[in-house]
Design a protein. Sequence first.
Length: 451
Amino acid sequence: MVGPVSWKAGTDETVNHLVRLIQAETVNPPGNELPVILVIKDILEQAGFPQESFKILESAPNRANLVARIKGDGSERPLLLSGHVDVVPVERERWSHDPFGGEVIDNVVWGRGALDMKGFLAMYLQTFLNLFRQKASLKRDVILAAIADEEAGFTHGSKFLVEQHRELVEAEYGLTEGGALTVYFGETKVYPIQVAEKCVCWLRGRAIGKPGHGSVPHADNAVFALAEALEKLRRAGHLPVHISPTFTKMVDTAGSQINSPLGRLTGLLHSPAVVSILLGRLKGETRNYLRALVTNTVSPTMLQAGSKVNVIPSVAEVNIVCRLVPGQTPKSVMDEIHQIVGEGIELEVVYTTDGAEFSTESPLYKLLEKRTHQLDPEGLVIPMMMPGATDASQYQKAGITMYGFTPGVLPKGISVLQMAHGHDERVPISFIETGLPVLWDVVNEFCGAGS
Ligand SMILES: [Zn+2]
């Protein structure tokens, strides 16, 4: 099957759609995704997409999702392209341009969501429209899902669809954010494809002491007990190392592509003991990133104790955000924390989501890998575990194998990691132009009849 006549025209159309998506403000909370869903409805209708082939599903007032489908012959199960339409809040005064203006300046589209992930969704939408216009014959359905509430817990978006409208999103495989875009490590370009994500686990820790008057201090002060426990956690540096299949695959794949003696040393990273020693030696960002990949992480975020200045409280509490390596459980991380702080601190689970880990041996993953190498033959392509959670964690409950795949070449200076939830989020049009043909090739090769 041939591609669209001109990627230039496809890119221009994608940019026009992206501008409209950015201008429909969907900061979550509160979300308010309906206006942007109506924009997507309008784009589909303008393209002549039949009304009976898409559905808008409201999970709450103004919280809407859209699911559209192009039918294949049914000989294989569907492919899902899923992008969330909500965005995180902005600090307007820290932006150089209106975060909801959708301005295009010097071939760069500015605005909240340009990367995370309205830009990627606009590319999925373009691929979907191309398929529709070409009347492509497909062996599997291609489903496009525009999803609410990814940034604040999935309840009104992917979770709602998986629990209440599963038949609409059921698929063998799915693509969503984020992967196969350029990340720079010095001069080395890396294209990580997301295949796993950590579980979210929020805990509350509690120290119980003896109340009393502030004028007569005693040793049994809950605030001291909690502070001491937190200091023990800080000094420990990290919880025990757990080497996941994804981490092993990640270091092996990277090692096989590095043409230096260093490449052969990556095998050492299969050993938890070696990684543990390394964590003790490394510093800064590199250490933080490695720690996030191989351990259950612990970040104390909120402290509460007392309500009167001159009264020693009997209880001091801390909220702890943990991210667990796939396969680990809230109980296992609580055991690990107790090992360090002792049993004197009570721990309870406040909120948790499942992690996810998908195979890198599937035909789709192999295709994503191959096409990403073609996107940039100089880049390293590796599977990646995401420290955070995406809609993939919900879709896996419907048995869908999900990969983070939003391909394109980014110039140095545009860092997804910094911009996705930071200030001055923007996407160069060149990214869209390099990524669209890759997405097209993947969807065609994987879904086209006779392929
Ligand atoms: Zn996102």
